[in-house]
Design a protein around this ligand. Structure first.
Ligand code: GDP
Ligand code: IMO
Ligand code: MG
Length: 423
């Protein structure tokens, strides 16, 4: 059996949580492979709305094993809070949730470092979620991080102190206050105590043995391809590999064992945090999109920047991920527009037209060139089949398919599990 991968093709918040939850009944395992509490994945069903940060979105399906893989950076405080928050749903997390001993731990000083580094950047700040992601991955790659397995070691306290001492040197360089640290540490150690009672495993064996015994696994991406540390709009990116290849390293699965790659995108674009966004709208259309799509961060509550769909960016994400099926999300949000625009090219300051995300593109102001299409401008409520879509929405979907050369197999028309049209 091969492992399927689902990932966001834009700057995050495409609706990954919703779709993983929708697809989950077809799988036996759902696994997160990168990112950490910077993610906010929203699920809605039976009148309940729930946001997950580190726990995979298969957790509400009792028959599914949810794996937090080695590629994830994990904050024990957030994990404890998340598990406590699941209490009211009678989820058996001791049976349904396992965590890789090779995942990396976010400690309190990583969060202080995140804040200090962002502050030092002034108006060039990344717009980080301040969850400690960058500094933790820095320590991972720098070979000084703590991993989940370390919490079981008798030397854990000593390892922790060594890392904190290193962090304090940097924090002192930035004159960053340490007043909050004692309270943060108290919470951290209480959460670590709880963490030790969870199912901590060598998840690469579990994943590969499951594939060998024909079990179906869905890998759930966090962030989006345009926030990938290599291919995103660097330096305005997150610090992990958010692409299909990241699912291999973040779970220990060979590239030859990747099956379908589901690429999900909004029918328009959003971005939180800083960095280039060629189709960003600063006018009433942008405001209407934000309002209609409820575009406020699931993790930080920040208003999301909104704009029209960007085909060159989408094509790029499809290319680097090997996407085999596309899922279009939030189609209903465009109901309000009489006309819908799609960016087909960018114009450089010298007048040259391009449709590639070159190295230079993040450095230059580009002007998007749009194709304008007629909007459907009506409600999609009560529509349950693709055939019943208004002709303008079908034309939009079919135009995108032709341009992107990958079939759009699913269109989402609302946040609830049930508001999902499969073609
Ligand atoms: P994720 O990070 O990719 O899981 O996405 P988020 O949960 O951060 O953001 C997506 C938001 O859109 C959430 O509030 C979802 O409930 C909501 N959502 C998902 N699909 C749809 C849809 O088709 N229509 C509408 N209106 N909202 C949707
Ligand atoms: P999900 O999984 C949207 C953005 C931040 C910032 C940049 C770096 O819900 O799609 P970081 O905290 O990672 O150092 O921030 O990346 N960012 C996200 N934007 N959705 C997310 O996750 C994000 N995770 C990080 O806003 O611009
Ligand atoms: Mg999100």
């Amino acid at each position: 059996m091969k492992m399927d991968v689902l990932l966001g093709l834009q700057w995050g918040d495409e609706g990954k949580g919703k779709i993983v939850d929708v697809l989950a009944p077809k799988y036996e395992i759902v696994a997160r492979f990168q990112g950490g509490p910077n993610a906010g994945h929203t699920l809605e069903f039976d009148g309940i709305k729930h946001v997950l940060h580190q726990i995979p979105s298969g957790i509400f399906r009792s028959q599914i094993l949810n794996i937090i893989g080695n590629g994830v950076v994990l904050d024990p405080i957030v994990l404890k809070r998340e598990i406590d928050g699941l209490g009211k749903f009678s989820i058996d997390y001791m049976k349904n949730l396992v965590i890789s001993k090779k995942a990396t731990i976010i400690i309190p000083t990583h969060k202080l470092l995140d804040a200090a580094l962002e502050k030092s950047k002034g108006d060039k700040k990344i717009g980080s979620t301040l969850k400690g992601i960058g500094p933790t991955y820095q320590d991972k790659i720098g070979r000084s991080a703590l991993r989940v397995g370390d919490i079981l070691s008798p030397d854990f306290q000593e390892k922790y102190e060594t890392l904190v001492a290193k962090h304090k040197t940097t924090l002192s360089f930035y004159s960053h206050p340490l007043d909050e640290l004692p309270a943060m540490e108290e919470q951290f150690f209480a959460a670590v105590e709880f963490f030790r009672t969870l199912n901590l495993i060598d998840s690469e064996y579990v994943v590969n043995e499951a594939l060998d015994s024909n079990k179906k696994i869905l890998a759930e991406g966090a962030q989006g391809s345009l926030l990938d540390v290599d291919f995103g709009s660097y330096p305005f990116v997150t610090s992990s590999s958010t692409m299909t290849a990241g699912a291999c390293t973040g779970l220990g699965v060979a590239p030859s064992k990747i099956g379908e790659v589901f690429g999900i995108f909004k029918a328009y674009c959003t971005r939180v945090g800083s960095g280039p966004f060629p189709t960003e709208l600063f006018d009433k259309d942008g405001e209407d999109m934000r309002k209609e799509g409820n575009e406020f961060g699931s993790t930080t509550g920040r208003p999301r920047r909104c704009g029209w769909l960007d085909l060159p960016a989408l094509r790029y994400s499809i290319m680097i991920n090997g996407v085999t099926q596309l899922f279009m999300m939030k189609g209903d949000v465009l109901n309000i527009f009489k006309e819908i625009k799609v960016c087909t090219h960018y114009e450089l300051p010298d007048g040259e037209k391009i449709d590639k995300l070159s190295f230079e593109i993040t450095e230059q102001e580009v002007t998007p060139i749009y194709k304008t299409m007629k909007g459907w401008n009506c409600s999609l409520e009560n529509i349950t089949t693709y055939e019943d879509f208004p002709v303008e929405l079908k034309a939009y979907v079919e135009y995108l398919e032709e341009e992107l050369n990958v079939p759009i197999k699913l269109v989402s028309v609302g946040p609830d599990r049930t508001q999902t049209i499969i073609r």
